[in-house]
Design a protein. Structure first.
Length: 125
């Protein structure tokens, strides 16, 4: 997207133009929602403006910039950063302790099925 793209233009690119190459309208809508949650996709938001301004400065930094933005916006993802960052190179993320960290963060607000999904999503990030 061009640097001056609006929130609506990001949404249209994802859903109507299928910029992400998703196979169905439903997956395009879900992707738009999730990307909006993680990054804002709105130049009226200060954090997204910074992300967008830095995006073209160093293309190799894009994954790190995206992760910083997502961590700033998603408290559940942020709660998983410690266990992931403490791993050594090549070390496996052990599911039990990882789930325990998330459970400590959220308390009883989420049931086991939701906690499992949060762990899977965070591990894939």
């Amino acid at each position: 997207m061009p640097p001056d793209a609006t929130h609506a233009e990001y949404g249209a690119a994802i859903v109507e133009e299928n910029a992400l190459g998703k196979p169905t309208l439903a997956t395009r809508r879900t992707s738009r929602q999730r990307l909006n949650e993680l990054y804002g996709l709105d130049p009226r938001l200060a954090l997204f403006r910074v992300l967008r301004r830095l995006w073209d400065a160093d293309p190799r930094s894009r994954p790190l910039l995206a992760m910083f933005c997502a961590l700033a916006r998603d408290p559940l993802l942020r709660s998983t950063a410690g266990p992931v960052l403490s791993l050594g190179e090549g070390q496996e993320l052990v599911r039990g302790p990882f789930l325990a960290v998330i459970r400590d963060e959220v308390g009883s607000r989420l049931n086991d099925a939701v906690l499992d999904k949060v762990a899977r999503n965070a591990a894939s990030s």
